[in-house]
Design a protein around this ligand. Structure first.
Ligand code: C5P
Length: 238
């Protein structure tokens, strides 16, 4: 696949055009950012690890019949993906209360709700990605009410698939953030990545954090933990 011009240079990923109008190449960088870019660091090898982990998570979703933008991994840090029009909302699916929700609700991290909690953020850096409700998302024409119902159903199904995938690797999927895009036919498809950068992953036995919280909270061993996630996922495939 011919690699064309750089069309988007993000904090953690770059997007390149290809010879085909409906496909792009996404390149995973080694940069890590947190708290809306306030915190930034380079973690050598993180891009390679996230490409490999995201390949496994996207393949698991695709095998379950869920539409994802991922087509194939084409190098150690690049994926060939469908070109989509981004939908400016982030969907977070939470199996335990942690991170921002624990802070907002003033509860201890780890509280397990009945079922999963879905919440929405408006993907807007200038506003700091504020939490919004369904009515606000529809009122701003970010999505239609019907699209929102579809997105929520895909998020719940993805949660089941990913919880099972990580569970087999001895890892608890605490929460994860998904983004969606529309193809030329207006179909909603999962975009972005599903890696320790946007999933909270706790060791199922010890509760140790194995995701980006290691960077956010200065816990150290960021790439070591990501490598452990990949290693365990690979072992479950053998
Ligand atoms: O911080 P918060 O608890 O809202 O994060 C929920 C999930 O969304 C976590 O898995 C986190 O890694 C992910 N997230 C993300 N990008 C952000 C904020 C959160 O991927 N900008």
């Amino acid at each position: 696949m011919e690699k064309g011009e750089l069309v988007f240079d993000g904090n953690e990923k770059q997007i390149f055009a290809t010879g085909e109008p409906d496909k792009v190449i996404i390149r995973y960088k080694d940069v890590g950012t947190a708290f809306n870019n306030i915190k930034r660091a380079v973690f050598h090898g993180k891009g390679v690890l996230n490409n490999a982990i995201s390949t496994i998570t996207f393949e698991a979703l695709r095998d379950a019949g869920i539409k994802v933008h991922f087509i194939e991994s084409i190098s150690d840090r690049e994926q060939l993906c469908l070109k989509l029009e981004p939908v400016p909302i982030q969907v977070t699916c939470r199996n335990r209360i942690a991170g921002s929700l624990a802070r907002i609700l003033g509860v201890e991290e780890g509280l397990k709700p009945q079922g999963c909690i879905l919440d929405l953020r408006y993907n807007n850096d200038d506003l700091g990605d504020p939490v919004i409700n369904d009515d606000q998302a529809v009122a701003l024409s970010l999505v239609t009410a019907e699209e929102l119902r579809h997105i929520k159903s895909v998020a719940c199904k993805s949660n089941e698939v990913l919880t099972e995938l990580f569970g087999r690797a001895g890892i608890e999927l605490v929460d994860f953030k998904m983004e969606f895009g529309r193809n030329a036919e207006g179909e909603l498809i999962i975009a972005d990545e599903l890696s320790p950068d946007n999933c909270r992953l706790w060791d199922a036995r010890t509760g140790e954090k194995m995701d980006k919280d290691r960077f956010r909270l200065d816990l150290g061993n960021v790439t070591g933990s990501y490598a452990e996630v990949l290693d365990r996922l690979k072992k479950t495939k053998r």
